[in-house]
Design a protein around this ligand. Structure first.
Ligand code: PAF
Length: 278
């Protein structure tokens, strides 16, 4: 596995592969890699691609009171994991490489970004859309892989690639969970033992809500009671919603497009999860 920091080197390697007729798979990450990232890598390798992983902690997608400065940066450990997984290229650009002096362009995806994390993390999706547009243009992969844990992010990226005629195919990969249901996340490492023990309640709540909604319960009332239950158990709920899986707009009737979404803080971590209702 090669590791490069500059866009020029990354482009040179991609150009060589293209000449050789290789197809290219891309997994954008912010590092602090765990098995869910590796599942994206494995999917790209299974699909027969030369596989590139980027590690870049993108300052533009963190709010002023969020964890940009403390976000785990463990590039050597990440590189070790990626080498072991059979990745071909690690692209780890610096902030100056991605956002040189004078940088002034931002990508705003309308509509679906006004809901859920878009409503609670101001500017977050503009930061994500901007960096992902840049990364997709830089790498020019055939396919790019994103985890379904960040379901709304995946819809935002599908929207922007469709709207901006970016040819890379966007592929969602199912959530990986611990045995107790907790979705894998780099932020799980912020949990102390006590909070880690409580964290699976997020997924348990979504599963039981899905059953109650399917059984015909009053959706608004069910959401309210479930959010109250989480708050009583030490979470601070940002949102708990039943929403259209593609548009992310709230639904109050059972609809086959519906999906459950939650974001809640516990201890030092803000955790998100989502679950189908069908
Ligand atoms: O999901 C992530 O890790 C990030 O939001 C992404 C897609 C790498 C953009 O910085």
């Amino acid at each position: 596995m090669k590791t490069v920091q500059s866009l020029k080197q990354c482009r040179e390697i991609v150009a060589t592969w293209r000449k050789e007729g290789a197809s290219i798979g891309f997994v954008p990450t912010m590092g602090a890699l765990h098995d869910a990232h590796l599942s994206l890598v494995r999917q790209s390798l299974r699909d027969g691609h030369k596989t590139i992983v980027s590690v870049f902690v993108n300052p533009k997608q963190f709010g002023p009171n969020e964890d940009y400065t403390t976000y785990p940066r463990v590039l050597d450990a990440d590189a070790e994991l990626l080498r072991g997984a059979g990745v071909h290229l690690l692209f780890a650009p610096t902030v100056e490489e991605m956002y040189p002096a004078g940088f002034a362009t931002h990508v705003h995806v309308g509509g679906l970004t006004q809901f859920l994390c878009g409503a609670t993390r101001s500017g977050h999706f503009e930061g994500v859309a901007t960096v992902v547009t840049k990364l997709l243009n830089q790498v020019q992969a055939d396919a790019a892989y994103f985890g379904e844990k960040d379901w709304q992010q995946l819809q935002v990226i599908k929207r922007l690639t469709a709207d901006l005629d970016i040819a890379t195919r966007i592929i969602g990969v199912p959530i990986m969970r611990e045995d107790d249901g907790l979705a894998l996340s780099s932020r799980n490492r912020y949990l102390n033992a006590n909070d880690r023990a409580k964290a699976p309640l997020l997924n348990i709540t979504l599963r039981s809500l899905a059953e109650d909604i399917l059984a015909g319960g009053d959706i608004a009332a069910l959401l309210k009671t479930a959010a109250h239950g989480l708050n009583e158990n030490g979470f601070a709920v940002d949102y708990l919603e039943f929403a259209d899986a593609r548009l992310l707009s709230p639904l109050r009737n059972l609809d086959k497009s519906g999906r459950l979404f939650v974001a809640a803080r516990i201890g030092g971590a803000r955790l998100i999860d989502n679950w189908p209702v069908n």
